[in-house]
Design a binder for this molecule. Structure first.
Ligand code: 11C
Length: 330
């Protein structure tokens, strides 16, 4: 059945990728509507060879025959409007951080924990943070087999994670102009600072990675720490993941488990300089892992390097994959 869809935040960085990915994946659409703030209302969007006008999002926007709303317009918009859409029976897949840790809302990466959706009675489904999505892809199978004891995340995150304003700071920085989004230049620099600082010294991005990983793996007790860093890369996040297990393992078993995960691609041939890189991940929906090796500093540990397109698998594509599974498309 073809669906009636709303795209909320249609003119943003993720919104424009929703539009691309829906077309690429030939998502079955009957009617589609595009919403944004008053500032962007009236802009034109081309979709499947037809021109559409962006409408201002209001409380009445969902008073029409809709099956699905894809939201990526920030937390406060999702807070106000996602419950309005849900109250009208519309499935909302929300890319903001607003509902992720709500105990009544599932937080889903389809290849990892889609079945969790059945544990909730919620029309709102939360899409995790980009760096979390790509990081949990290899973790679930390893946790099931060897039981994870502790995780150390160190991220190398692209400027597209900050939307068009982050991209602009890097582009302008390359021309010698000062930043207007980040507190310091991002060109020729690394900023150990993503999102706001909390009183405990961590950033919100680090807190999201810790809390969301625990929820997706269903391991409230899991020890996790994270340092998240903005690097001068246009697109695709990279994450160094150090994992300690309760149980001993052979490296071959680690590879065997990882090779079972759908859409997780192992690129690990160091003799030929082959490992995952941001420039190769960009424009794809897979998550790439490599540099998989034993951590000799501890009893049962490994390190790996994990790369994905943060706007596609980290946001738009993951949300659309969730919708495909809910509506049993493909
Ligand atoms: C970044 N991870 O790269 C952020 C962007 O909670 O959805 C996504 C923020 C979020 O800056």
């Amino acid at each position: 059945k073809a669906l009636n869809i709303a795209v909320v935040g249609a003119t943003g960085r993720v919104g424009s990728t929703f539009i691309e990915v829906l077309q690429e994946r030939k998502f079955p659409i009957n009617n589609i509507y595009f919403f944004a703030s008053a500032k962007s209302a009236g802009k034109k969007i081309e979709f499947a060879g037809k021109e559409y006008e962006v409408e201002e999002l209001t409380e009445n926007s969902f008073d029409r025959d809709l099956d699905l709303a894809l939201f990526s317009a920030g937390g406060s918009t999702s807070k106000k409007f996602a419950p309005i859409a849900a109250s009208k029976g519309i499935i909302v897949v929300d890319n903001s951080s607003q509902w992720r840790m709500d105990k009544n809302v599932p937080l889903i990466v389809p290849e990892v924990n889609f079945e969790d959706i059945k544990k909730y009675d919620s029309k709102i489904i939360a899409n995790p943070n980009c760096s979390t999505i790509q990081s949990v892809m290899p973790l679930k199978v390893l946790d099931e087999r060897f039981k994870i004891k502790r995780i150390v995340y160190s991220t190398y995150q692209a400027v597209s994670g900050s939307g068009f304003k982050g991209i602009k700071d890097l582009e302008e920085g390359m021309k010698g102009n000062p930043p207007t989004n980040y507190p310091h230049p991002i060109f020729n620099n690394c900023l150990p600072h993503i999102d706001e600082f909390l009183d405990n010294g961590y950033t919100k991005e680090e807190e999201k990675m810790i809390n969301e990983t625990r929820k997706i793996l269903d391991r409230d007790d899991l020890k996790i720490t994270a340092t998240t860093v903005r690097v001068p890369v246009m697109n695709s996040h990279s994450v160094s993941i150090n994992i300690e297990f309760e149980k001993p393992f052979e490296m071959k078993d680690i590879y065997d488990e990882l090779s079972k995960v759908e859409n997780l691609v192992i690129v690990d041939d160091v003799k030929n300089n082959q490992y995952p890189m941001a420039i190769n991940a960009t424009g794809t929906d897979e998550v790439y892992i490599g540099r998989i090796r034993r951590d000799f500093s501890t009893e049962n540990g490994i390190n790996l390097w994990d790369v994905a397109d943060n706007i596609r698998k980290g946001a738009a594509s993951n949300a659309i994959q969730i919708a495909e599974k809910i509506f049993e498309i493909k």
